[in-house]
Design a protein around this ligand. Structure first.
Ligand code: GLN
Ligand code: ZN
Length: 659
């Protein structure tokens, strides 16, 4: 089954695949084992299941014309059986998570909500319908009327929905108030939350529950072992364990009065005040620079047609230029060198020499393969966000702040706590060194502002937009410095561009507007003849093509091979105006694709995009691959390109008689 991102998180789930013949059994013995274990330990258990509407809504089907909703009655029978088995154990409450209610649901899906909960109401346990990640105020009256005993709402992401819910939810139902941020690592301002909770508590008494906004799977486990974290920054944070303690404090404050938790409240006040006034958070220099941004700073000097002419003139690339996305294999030797350097077992100079040797190796191999635009290979980068974060002010890093992301794989997102500032160039020396080894153009590689934002824990004391603009200013300076150092092609990666889209379509325009502006602010400092590339991977672009075109990158490289060029067809139909490099092979497998298969993809690409605007490249970076398969695959890629060039009888150099 495919793994895909759970709503707007970086957590991936297995997407169920359905068809007319799908049947459901209640084969979830693990669930009952877990419940029994927890009860044996003496816990009062509230089992949590994904609700039937969300489950069905997220499932997919390859059967044309098949309507997933037709399976709802079957699915409800299975849910009913599970709930009855839970009830047999004397469990009082079951939580059914329905985050899909925060999306734009069609009326027939909303009607299905009514059916589903009417059918589940009679199974035994009391039901808590849990919503999160966005407001569900527009459905408040419908949800309040369901035969469930309680509703959970996310008051961190969508505090504005509280008034509606206060009015809509009958007094005999439980309101579960999600007041502790389950998506971010900031310490809760307990005093502020108490102001919200006190009137609710007065109204509802025991029928007010307090909870994290959503599952705590999206934050790290515990701050306990983060000894290296700066003490000031640490005092502003809470991870899952500390968030549970906050919840307890809030509960006691409500039940026993604030006097009972005076110390904890005072500590919360101190932390909130110190963060609000910290000089490490607020940097006047950054504020001044932000205030000085003008619209012209986010526009290139000339339109694409003029720029590309200047670039062809100066770069003298062949048609269908070949390149890669940036990284080359992160070999054990590279990882060992990095680890040794981190542990201070080797010195900076030694480390520099080792990295330079890796760069030279990558350049030699690319030269031998006959690629047209080279990269340095990114040996010095542990991670495309962490590497830059470590070189910017305003970022902090944890030792153990792991969050589950892809199957058993975890990520350790950095924390942006303060105004972002670039004290020194971050990639210039490395890129300049790589360029010195070859006459071919060396592509400078940077991570874009939206991806830096998306893959970090971000500030909650200012808008995401503002943080993105700070990141953009820092990257813009790097772009300018690379250009000054003689680098003529600069790639700004934005693999997470699509991931930042809000759950509700009506909020897309606002997001896309600032996300595009942030990218352009980075890119638009360069001359016409400096070529800006961007790279995006593994997401569906067809519904945001206008925004992607608005980035106005001279070249975009995208993943296309796994989706059989579907994506590219979207770009063709939309008449994407600039140059484009559809990935001709999937780098997520060690398999070496045949020349013929890449040729076929190239042929299809040439049908939808004029060949004079096409590039040839793999899907994504090659850091997870070994050298053997990488070299073999790239050799085939270059061969396929040469065949295609001959077939199309393209001139030897771009700019000679091509439009
Ligand atoms: N330049 C990065 C690399 O090649 C891009 C990675 C990505 O798209 N996720 O590794
Ligand atoms: Zn990629």
């Amino acid at each position: 089954m495919e793994m895909t991102k759970w709503f707007d998180t970086n957590y991936h789930f297995l997407v169920p695949e359905l068809g007319p013949a799908t049947r459901f059994g209640a084969g979830v013995d693990w669930l009952f084992d877990e419940i029994d274990q927890a009860r044996a330990l003496g816990h009062h258990v509230k089992p949590v299941l994904v609700g039937p509407i969300t489950w069905l809504h997220l499932a997919k089907s390859h059967v044309a014309g098949f309507d997933k909703l037709s399976l709802l009655p079957e699915l409800l029978r299975a849910f009913g059986a599970v709930l009855r088995r839970i009830a047999e154990r004397g469990i009082e409450w079951v939580q059914l998570d329905e985050p899909a209610l925060g999306l734009d649901l069609e009326p027939r899906w909303l009607a299905a909500v009514d059916n589903a909960y009417a059918s589940l109401a009679a199974t035994g346990p009391k039901l808590l319908l849990a919503t999160y990640f966005d407001s569900v105020a527009e459905h408040a009256s419908r949800l309040a009327a369901l035969p469930v005993q309680g509703v959970h709402i996310d008051l961190v992401r969508a505090p504005q929905q509280l008034a509606t819910w206060r009015a809509a939810l009958p007094a005999d139902k439980v309101l579960s108030a999600g007041v502790i941020d389950g998506r971010n690592i900031w310490r809760t301002d307990l005093r502020r939350v108490l102001q919200t909770l006190k009137p609710l508590h007065a109204e509802r008494g025991d029928r007010l529950w307090i909870a994290p906004s959503c599952s705590l799977a999206h934050v790290p486990v515990s701050l306990k072992h983060e000894d290296k974290l700066d003490a000031g920054v640490r005092s502003w944070l809470t991870f899952a364990e500390e968030k549970l303690a906050e919840l307890q404090t809030l509960g006691r404050a409500l039940n026993e009065g604030e006097g009972a938790v005076a110390e904890a409240l005072a500590a919360s006040d101190t932390a909130a005040a110190s963060r609000r006034h910290s000089k490490r958070v607020h940097n006047p220099l950054v504020q001044r620079r932000l205030a000085a941004i003008t619209p012209a700073m986010a526009e290139r000097e000339s339109p694409f047609a003029q720029r590309i002419a200047a670039q062809r003139e100066s770069l003298k690339l062949p048609p269908l230029p070949t390149t890669t996305i940036g990284s080359f294999p992160q070999t054990p030797a590279i990882r060992q060198a990095r680890a040794a350097y981190k542990r201070c077992e080797i010195g900076a100079l030694d480390y520099l020499h080792r990295m330079r040797a890796e760069i030279r190796l990558a350049v030699d191999k690319q030269t031998e393969l006959g690629l047209d635009v080279l990269v340095h290979g990114e040996p010095e980068r542990n991670d495309m966000v962490e590497y830059f974060g470590e070189r910017l002010w305003g970022y902090a890093f944890t030792d153990n702040g792991w969050v589950q992301s892809y199957g058993s794989r975890c990520v350790k997102p950095p924390i942006i706590y303060g105004d972002v500032y670039r004290p020194d160039p971050m990639t210039v020396e490395t890129t300049r060194y790589a360029q010195s080894l070859t006459d071919k153009p060396m592509k400078g590689m940077l991570t874009g502002p939206v991806t830096m934002l998306q893959w970090s824990f971000v500030r909650d004391d200012q808008s995401r937009e503002l943080t993105a603009m700070q990141l953009a200013l820092a990257i813009r300076e790097e772009v300018a410095d690379l250009e000054k150092a003689g680098i003529r092609i600069i790639q700004i990666d934005e693999p997470a561009f699509r991931e930042g889209l809000p759950l509700k379509a009506r909020e897309w325009t606002r997001y896309l507007d600032w996300a595009v502006r942030a990218f352009k602010l980075c890119a638009c400092t360069v001359r016409d003849d400096t070529q800006i590339h961007t790279h995006m991977c593994y997401s569906e672009f067809n519904d945001i093509l206008p925004a992607i075109a608005a980035l106005d990158a001279d070249v975009i490289t995208i993943e296309t091979s796994r989706s059989a060029m579907e994506l590219l067809e979207g770009f063709g139909e939309f008449k994407y105006p600039n140059e484009i490099g559809p990935g001709v092979y999937d780098i997520h497998s060690p398999r070496v694709p045949e020349v013929a298969s890449m040729l076929k993809l190239l042929e299809r690409a040439c049908e939808v995009i004029p060949p004079e605007r096409l590039w040839v490249n793999p899907d994504c970076g090659l850091k997870t691959r070994g050298w053997a398969e990488t070299e073999a695959a790239l050799r085939h890629m270059v061969q396929a390109t040469r065949i295609m060039r001959e077939r199309l009888e393209l001139p030897a150099e771009m700019g000679e008689g091509v439009a």
